[in-house]
Design a protein. Structure first.
Length: 153
């Protein structure tokens, strides 16, 4: 069964639903959870701040927030009687899906459990779909957990 369950987590309502499902799966299978959060370090670069300011002030705050997000997920798992490992990655412009797949491969995950917004039409076309890319690239099964209507933008 699924002994190594990778869960990308950003504390959004959809990622919380994904984690809830991963917790259920881990309880059924006796599997281990690994929560993954990606800090996109170039996401908030405006060009108005100096490089030193960005490196010394902005990125550390982003990392700190990333660790806090992972801690939220870890507490969710612990509240269900499970433990969870956490991993924080920094992205310098890499696609989120590539980082998730790399982590799944490196950690030898048996499954990826991923919350998804379930966007359709132009929203999906314009915004892209991280979940779709994970499905296309994943060497292991992917369980998509759809957010409820209220959690969709």
């Amino acid at each position: 069964m699924y002994q190594r369950i990778l869960v990308p987590f950003d504390a959004s309502p959809t990622s919380r639903k994904g984690l809830e499902e991963a917790i259920r799966l881990a309880r059924l299978s006796g599997g281990a959870l690994r929560l993954l959060h990606v800090v996109e370090v170039t996401k908030y670069a405006t060009g108005f701040e100096t490089c030193a300011t960005y490196i010394n002030e902005v990125i550390p705050v982003m990392k700190q927030e990333g660790h806090a997000i992972l801690e939220q997920g870890k507490r969710m798992a612990e509240g269900s009687g499970l433990s969870a490992e956490t991993v924080l990655l920094e992205s310098m412009g890499s696609r989120l899906a590539d980082l998730i797949i790399n982590e799944a491969t490196t950690w030898q995950a048996d499954i990826i459990v991923l919350g998804t917004h379930g966007r359709r039409g132009m929203d999906r076309l314009l915004l892209g779909s991280d979940a779709e890319q994970v499905i296309r690239l994943s060497p292991v099964p992917v369980l998509l957990v759809r957010g409820n209507e209220a959690s969709r933008p």
